[in-house]
Design a protein around this ligand. Structure first.
Ligand code: ZN
Ligand code: ZN
Length: 397
């Protein structure tokens, strides 16, 4: 695309903020792009996406405009388009992507505090947080009282480019932006901002209770989070057992470090029985990472834990029947149950470094299978729903 035409100054009354050093107030940057950025707008289950052109973008101080190289379809995009969970429409879906900075507002910074500059290749957090509220102060910026989430917000004038299924994303001040390697294939980096970082957060939650080195770790669900958790836990010295009903996913899990795999539907005593797989790995798990969202798997994760173990629930992000709890068993076995939703900035940084440093050790390149053009987004989401590849890619160019 051609370089954006920019002008600085007051197109939005009151959009300027006082300079932090007491100097001149920062002003918004107005961009006119030719060709205009395009976003794919979703309106309702069963409706096709509509392409909407956004010729003018106004970057407030701290904002950046990023040209998307590749986005990936997360399970939550599939759940939203199927109508499994409510979503404010119209909206631009997509929150896993990698791209290059094409323009910056004043004082736009990366996660390490360095200035963002055009040309940088970046991934960014799922959430925009204020950094000042009680939740942000407690280290839970994903629960900021004024949180905004890429790919989850109703379309509004001034922030049309709010999701990854677009040629560009308007990355707002309060987003954690992480510069990444310029050479790695985009397929390795696109999932970092949701799946990979969430897997990192899940294992952090487990490691705060149990030393992963030498522990048996049970992973339920061999999607992107489960497979990444398997590799991360193996890197930390754990012996991982992955449970998934799909034989292809179980085979893939072996290549992501699992020492044993099991089919949750297999009869007791059969070759694919969960109990048999755990015995071969060393016995009852001290960590269970539940990444499927199935109530049966949640119950299994908690029931199978050894004494002092921790169950990390990360897959339950859509409505499902409640899971009965045997409180006495939890008490007597000193079990911890942790819910993990999204992640904190450090998890995104660590997830990017994991992909950069460990892509030779684990077959991360196999996580993205089909790749469709942005105009074929509906077909891409249908392919993701069919579940052939772990992630389907969406490429604007
Ligand atoms: Zn996601
Ligand atoms: Zn906040």
């Amino acid at each position: 695309m051609t370089a954006p035409t920019t002008s600085r100054g007051g197109t939005r009354p009151g959009a300027g903020v006082p300079g932090v050093d007491g100097g001149t107030p920062a002003a918004p940057v107005e961009l006119r792009l030719d060709p205009a950025p395009t976003a794919m707008v979703w309106t309702a289950p069963g409706q096709r996406h509509e392409a909407v052109a956004v010729p003018t973008v106004v970057l407030a101080p701290g904002d950046a405009l990023v040209e998307v190289e590749l986005a990936t379809v997360c399970g939550s995009d599939v759940h939203t388009t199927r109508g499994d969970r409510g979503a404010p429409a119209p909206l631009v879906l997509g929150h896993e992507q990698v791209g290059r900075v094409v323009a910056v507002g004043e004082r736009a910074v990366a996660a390490d505090g360095s200035a963002l500059v055009p040309g940088q290749r970046v991934v960014w957090s799922l959430t925009v947080s204020c950094g000042r509220c009680a939740s942000c102060d407690r280290g839970l910026p994903q629960k900021c009282t004024s949180v905004l989430k890429y790919g989850h917000e109703r379309l509004v004038t001034g922030w049309e480019l709010s999701g990854g299924f677009a040629t560009h994303v308007h990355v707002r001040a309060g987003t954690t932006v992480v510069p990444v390697d310029h050479e790695l294939p985009a397929e390795l980096l696109a999932p970092v901002s949701c799946g990979t970082a969430t897997a990192r957060a899940a294992l952090d939650a487990a490691a705060s209770v149990v030393d992963l080195a030498g522990a048996v770790v049970l992973v339920l669900g061999a999607g992107l989070i489960g497979l990444t958790a398997s590799a991360l836990a193996t890197d930390a010295g754990a012996r991982v057992v992955v449970v998934d009903p799909d034989a292809g996913r179980r085979a893939l899990a072996r290549r992501f470090g699992a020492v044993a795999t099991a089919d949750p539907t297999a009869p007791a005593g059969s070759d694919d029985d969960v109990e048999r797989a755990l015995e071969s790995a060393g016995g009852a798990p001290l960590v269970a990472v539940e990444a499927s969202g199935s109530p049966h798997a949640v119950a299994s994760a908690i029931d199978r834990l050894g004494t002092g173990g921790v169950a990390v629930l990360v897959g339950s992000v859509f409505p499902a029947p409640p899971v009965p709890l045997d409180a006495e068993a939890l008490v007597r076995r000193l079990v911890t149950i942790r819910g993990v939703h999204n992640y904190a900035p450090r998890h995104l940084v660590e997830a990017a470094r994991f992909v950069e440093e460990r892509h030779g050790a684990w077959p991360l390149h196999e996580l993205v299978g089909d790749v469709v053009a942005l105009a074929d987004l509906d077909a891409g989401i249908a392919a993701a729903a069919a579940g052939g590849s772990v992630r389907v890619g969406v490429r604007p160019a």
